[in-house]
Write a protein that binds this ligand. Sequence first.
Ligand code: E4P
Length: 217
Amino acid sequence: MKFFVDTADIDAIRELNDLGMVDGVTTNPSLIAKSGRDILEVTKEICDLVDGPVSAEVVATEADQMLAEGRHLAKIADNICVKVPLTWAGLKTCKTLSDEGTKVNVTLCFSANQALLAAKAGATFISPFIGRLDDINIDGMDLIGDIRTIYDNYGFETEILAASIRSANHMKDAALMGADVATAPPGVIRKMIEHPLTDNGLAQFLKDAEKAGIKIV
Ligand code: E4P
């Protein structure tokens, strides 16, 4: 499973990228607003930093304006992936941009039928929002499983990008469900390493090494 980082925080992206944990980046208007930076400027910086796709989201709601925004964003760098919402205008924009050779991430997906439409429109990625479904007592992972089955049934090439990931368990479950990609905030990726038995085991090894006077260099 590929890891995308869900942030516009350059330092956090750089830190995880240096560890080989970044296959791409996703942003959205809320994350750009949180960064306090100009969308074009910060997105360009992220594109220069990472090799994989960097999702930048349109803010228009009408297809013509959405397409103009998408084309503008696509000019930032070769690894831009234009993010559009799961509306008819978004799907129309997805179809046109995909036909032009631009990568498209269709976002705000909450049902298997929506995912089916996005695949038909040529989406590069579909982003089902796990955490926001869990928030309303619907199991977000079931949606990942349903989309996996449907896409495999018909050989759709659209990649399933599990989004709205809130915990390390979500990462594991997305991988078990066969998501192609999971995008998570940097803090969630950092949490994936934690295990008390690793900490306890290491403490014991270090204690024994000190007692025995083990030195390597
Ligand atoms: C990523 O593409 C989404 O915009 C993001 O994962 C949404 O996460 P949230 O539901 O925690 O805001």
